[in-house]
Design a protein around this ligand. Structure first.
Ligand code: AMP
Ligand code: GLY
Length: 422
């Protein structure tokens, strides 16, 4: 099987790394890729152009395309592949609205009785200002831009003035462009957050290990929201009982809901959950794997992933299984100083080989490129270093031992990834 992985982050490097080890996979191409995926041959690609993705898959005679980021899915790359008779693992444009429109996701959840925060979809600023007055949801209250806003569209507002400002930023100032012309105002939930992932074929879901992300930039969950500064898996908070509830109350109704409307959900389903006192509640859906969660979840799979994804993309998982280890995995993101704000690029990275030589360590590249035989930084999140061990303490120790060996100017790292699991 020849596989195309679309994207260029550490999540995509982890997918490439996994596929490369599988006997049934003869070739892996990554587009656009990074310095870590380059050995498998990267191809230039504008991932926001579904036609370019299809053209590449056709030209390289790809058997299965696996999409990392949400943007091409939201733009209908799955529909385009299906119309051309090519296999792509990921949901249709309609189903991808679970991520690309928060209003769609909330209305879908309401229609299918999926537990989530109480909400109101607002199409005008007046409506939204009324929704944040405190009468309906109290404070704090959550204001979310409807569309894709690169993780910046959510404000958890402690008081009315902050909430009104968030409404004006989105709906009057146009801070998120058309993504903010509609907002969802919702009640603020309390509890730990966990990520649940499943491989779906339209009918059935095969669960991957659970994980916990660290979204804030600095230690102790302080500072601005980022794409994710580290993750660990599995999450001990997801007990067998909670796992069963997530499947029964959330995953099954989602699959049944899409099947009933004639848009079977095929692809990764990422459920961002808050474990509240009254049970698991959906904070958000994503239609792809998380980053950095993928970097800790994929190395826990013992079986071959490619045939399972191909079966699911074909609409029938059948009796596919995915053996998994329970050994903890911890992923620490090495970011550029200043991220998620402005940062420098082109800085040489040293120590990669020394870090990779350590036992129980994996190194996944994100914002890296090869320039004049050196590997340099090209993005905000530069690398994810993963440590594994028989227990969480050992996995954390391995990840940070590797992290310490890698240097570049103004490296920014959280020092407490995984600590909340101890
Ligand atoms: P999202 O972009 O939807 O993942 O939201 C970003 C973050 O905002 C989440 O990871 C939560 O920490 C927080 N958040 C979103 N919705 C709520 C909610 N209803 N209650 C409390 N926190 C929330
Ligand atoms: N780690 C959060 C995300 O991928 O959206």
């Amino acid at each position: 099987m020849k596989i195309l992985v679309v994207g260029g982050g550490a999540r995509e490097h982890a997918l490439v790394w996994k596929f490369r080890q599988e006997p049934g996979v003869s070739r892996v191409i990554c587009a656009p890729g990074n310095a870590g995926t380059a050995a498998d041959s990267n191809r230039p690609l504008d991932v926001s152009d579904p036609r370019a993705i299809l053209a590449l898959a056709e030209e390289a005679s790809i058997d299965l395309t696996v999409v990392g980021p949400e943007v091409p899915l939201a733009q209908g790359v799955q529909d385009l592949f299906t119309a051309s008779g090519r296999l792509l693992f990921g949901p249709s444009r309609v189903a991808a609205q679970l991520e690309s429109s928060k209003a769609f996701a909330k209305q879908f959840m309401a229609a299918h009785r999926v537990p989530t925060a109480r909400f109101r979809v607002c199409d005008t600023a007046d409506e939204a200002l009324d929704a944040v007055s405190g009468d309906q949801f109290g404070f704090p209250v959550v204001v979310k831009a409807d569309g894709l806003a690169a993780g910046k569209g959510v404000t958890v507002a402690a008081d009315r003035a902050t909430a009104e400002q968030a409404v004006r930023d989105a709906m009057v100032e146009g801070r998120f462009g058309s993504a903010g012309h509609r907002v969802v105002v919702e009640e603020c939930l309390v509890g730990p957050e966990v990520s649940f992932f499943a491989i779906c074929d339209g009918q059935r879901a095969l669960a991957l290990p659970t994980a916990q992300d660290h979204k804030r930039a600095f230690d102790g969950d302080a500072g601005p929201n980022t794409g994710g500064m580290g993750a660990f898996a599995p999450s001990a908070l997801v007990t067998a009982e909670i796992d069963a509830r997530i499947r029964r109350e959330i995953v099954e109704p989602v699959l049944e809901g899409f099947a009933a409307q004639g848009d079977p959900y095929q692809g990764f389903l990422y459920v961002g959950l808050m474990l509240t006192e009254s049970g698991p509640r959906v904070i958000e859906f994503n239609v792809r794997l998380g980053d950095p969660e993928a970097q800790v979840v994929l190395p826990m799979l013992r079986g071959e992933l490619a045939p399972v994804l191909a079966a699911a993309a074909g609409g029938y998982l059948g009796h596919s299984q995915l053996a998994q280890t329970r050994d903890p995995h911890v992923g620490v993101v090495l970011a550029s100083g200043g991220y998620p704000g402005a940062y420098d690029t082109g800085l040489p990275i040293a120590g990669l080989a020394a870090a990779a030589a350590l036992d129980d360590v994996l190194i996944f590249h994100a914002g890296t490129a090869v320039r004049d035989d050196a590997i340099v930084t090209t993005g905000g999140r530069v690398l994810t270093v993963v440590g594994r061990g028989a227990d969480m303490t050992r996995a954390i120790e391995r990840a940070y031992a590797a992290e310490a060996r890698i240097t570049f100017a103004r490296k920014q790292v959280r020092t407490d990834i995984g600590r909340k699991a101890l």
